[in-house]
Design a protein around this ligand. Sequence first.
Ligand code: GLU
Length: 499
Amino acid sequence: MSVRCRIAPSPSGFLHIGTAKMALFNWLFARSQGGVFILRLEDTDAERTDEAYVEAMCEGFRWLGIDWDEGPAFGGVPEKGAYGPYRQSLRREAHRREAFRLLEEGKAYPCFCTKEELDAERERAAAEKRPYRYNGRCREIPPDEARRRMDSGEPFSIRLKTPGEGETVVRDLVQGDVRFDNREFDDFIILRPNGDPIFHLAVVADDAHMKITHVIRGDDHLTNTPRHIMLFEALGYPVPQFAHLPMVLDETGKKYSKRMHGANVLDWRDAGYLPEAIINYVVMLGWTPEEEGREFFTREELVRLFTIHRLNKSPARFDRARLDWLNGQHIRRLSPEDLRDRVLPILRAAGLDPDSRSPEWLTEMAAICQEKIPTLNHIVGYVDFFFRDITGYDEKAARKFFAQPDSPAWLEAALRAVSAAEPWTVDALKERFQAEAEAIGAKIGSVVNAARLALTGKPVGPGLYELTKLLGRETAQERLRQAAAYARQLAAAADKGDG
Ligand code: GLU
């Protein structure tokens, strides 16, 4: 039997990191098994569902590269798959049919209790501090009478006849066998008087219809699962395999709140993270690879190596430092062309003009930052000086590198190196810088630091020889002259101060 898994989110605004985690494991499992991954929208909560929400959520999936084989139509993309519709709101009739079938088969019964009656019972239970359970009184109504009352138009809901004794065991691939006492479960409603299915019926009917073999979802659903098993069995469908995974916790160990930065998967895109890194990171939050201690995985490696039995039972806290490290690793793995293409929109958004440069130049620019930037967004601070004049120097660095007695000499040495380097290559620049530093008896580090500040305005950035080469000889000369003049001014001011 080939694997069929699904993610069944309620589209209520954006793709939450926790939903992304569940989607990822279903997707990975399907892909690793040559199976099918399905997107099903649980959009029955009409008030909270909006097409814009669907779009926003699916943008998150798309950004992560979680593609689905079957799923609903939206945003101009047609529905795909043979088990649709893939929107729960369009499956209401099917859910109703299943509920009525159970009624016909005597596995469910109509309940005529009014909301007021049930509320009163619930309140009484609360006052007596005991858990509320429906007492099953409508179960005792003789079938003829029940039929007559239904036919007369009296409102009724449909309740499943639950076993009331024995136990239901969830054979969970992650949690192990989890046993539930059936006395805990009353005859629960599956269809409301207005014909709306209850969540449990909708999920089970849809999973059965879509031939889902594995349900991988959050452990907040574990306590629903006995009811789902009862429904699968009553409806005569095979029970899928379950795997309940812990939720994603924030850095303080609490459930990752919707309101926090990063709860929305696209926050990470906006912060300059790669989808590859987010995938790698989120997978490592919930799965332990065979190869102990290994953390870095490409998407292809994850698909190849993923094993469902190594999913973790205990929740992992969000760890920003680990994510940042992984993001850096994934950035280093890109081809320079790929990195270039990913940073171009970021540079444009920052008001720089990368389109004034050739693709080759831009590739080199990306390449010289590749080892250094922790996120894509950091590129701006690493390359803005290529696109803008220097209008000021980092103050602390200026005191250190421009305000020393030898500063003018360092900058003049750098200027001579830049003027003499032939051909205009990184190697030739390196050689000239070293020679000029040696000629004045200065440490190479002093000349390099002073030159970097002169050329970029900052103390950190890409390698000096590399950036100088890309900046071009004339611009480099000009900036070094300007900095040397400034350093001489500082020296003159200091002299005056001394005297
Ligand atoms: N709509 C449910 C949720 O978002 C899905 C439940 C399930 O996966 O069965 O939690």
